[in-house]
Ligand binder design. Structure first.
Ligand SMILES: CC(C)(COP(=O)(O)OP(=O)(O)OC[C@H]1O[C@@H](n2cnc3c(N)ncnc32)[C@H](O)[C@@H]1OP(=O)(O)O)[C@@H](O)C(=O)NCCC(=O)NCCS
Length: 180
């Protein structure tokens, strides 16, 4: 049977879907079980969209979009941050992450975001590049917390997807907090 692809806003998530999503999040990220028993996000992010492929009652693939703001040079950017991309182990290898990601970006493109952004490990770069994400290599990414500035480590791949803005503006990036 074909799976159902849903891209939902928070007020459209039923109790049944919420619990199916927590199951996939815990299965894919067991080290965050405590957080996912409390909610569907880490670091108090504000989720605006959730993209899910459902196989009956099972959430087989998931991607969330969080609402955040950053600075690139002097340009303030309204960012659709991509979070918690995951596919249940028994469903992996069929590019289901591509389907939830592209559906999430299509919907985010109808909202008032400037860009989408994510951070990932080098092994996962190809998955996001296939979905149209572009790597950013030419500038620093900093966050300031409790008066202390830290920089994103170089091994974290930074990628963006154009939404309202065709390209990532120039200048060093200030993540306006370290909750990414
Ligand atoms: C990353 C993840 C979402 C990709 O899932 P997916 O959509 O099934 O992946 P794809 O089908 O696009 O395959 C990607 C790669 O996974 C590998 N793969 C293929 N079959 C696989 C399987 N059955 N199980 C695991 N990995 C497999 C292949 O190396 C493939 O590479 P290729 O594109 O060169 O063929 C999934 O592995 C996952 O949930 N991982 C744990 C959570 C995580 O790391 N999330 C990312 C946070 S940034």
């Amino acid at each position: 049977m074909p799976m159902d692809l849903i891209v939902a806003k928070e007020n459209e998530i039923s109790g049944q879907l919420d619990s199916a999503i927590r199951k996939i999040l815990i299965a894919c990220c067991p080290h965050h079980t405590d957080e996912f028993l409390r909610g569907r996000t880490l670091n108090d992010h504000v989720i605006v969209l959730t993209s899910v492929l459902q196989d009956g009652d099972i959430a087989a693939a998931h991607a969330a979009v969080i609402d955040t703001t950053i600075l690139a040079g002097s340009t303030k950017l309204h960012v659709a941050g991509v979070a918690n991309v995951c596919v249940l182990p028994e469903y992996r290898g069929s590019r289901l992450s591509h389907r939830v990601l592209t559906a999430a970006m299509e919907k985010a493109g109808t909202m008032d975001f400037d860009i989408s952004m994510l951070f990932c490990t080098p092994e996962l770069k190809k998955i996001y590049a296939r979905a149209g994400f572009i790597e950013i290599t030419d500038r620093s990414f900093a966050c300031i917390e409790n008066g202390e500035q830290t920089h994103l480590p170089p091994e974290k791949i930074r990628m963006y997807f154009p939404l309202g803005m065709p390209k990532f503006p120039d200048g060093p990036v200030d993540l306006l907090g370290c909750r990414w």
